[in-house]
Design a protein around this ligand. Sequence first.
Ligand SMILES: [Zn+2]
Length: 209
Amino acid sequence: MVIERLIAGFKSFRETYYEEQPNFYQSLVEKGQRPDVMVIACSDSRVNPSIIAKAEPGELFIVRNVANLVPPYEPDNRRHGTSAAIEFAVRDLKVEHIIVLGHSHCGGIQFLCEGHKDGEDREFIDGWMSIAEQPHDNNLQGEALHRHVEREAVKISLNNLMSFPWVKKQVGDRRLKLHGWLFDLEAGELLAHEVGKGWNTLTGYSAKT
Ligand SMILES: [Zn+2]
């Protein structure tokens, strides 16, 4: 049933972007994509950047991974999917903004804080999540700790972005701006982090912080 629903969804998408606007994709094909914004988001099914920002096709260049993490700059010929996407966005597409979009109730962050429920290590998740490992205030536990680590992980990713020399250069030249955002699933709120000001709402709705 779910597959049929997706195919029906594509038909509706086709009506909007091909039948009602016949030039829409034609132009995107002829001129190529020119997104101004890259989003680094979690693979979590509830946190689709295009849906939550109501973006149009062609607007957002997106990489999604477990816990929306950016690894440090490690040009070692290994298979760095996220770093490759960042490189393409910055050096080829020349995006003007990179948004690291964290979210509350992140499964990856929960793994990092609590380990795996079945007690077994994971072959890929554990190494990947180690990007967000750092010492935390021992007073925090459970959900409060998760909410804290979710926010800290966004800041780690922003710092790691600056370890890529061409990101650092573009930021220094003011041709690229980095943003740390967080989608609070429960409150339906979008927060942004600013150095010195902490996390604040972008929309005016109140959020549990
Ligand atoms: Zn997540």
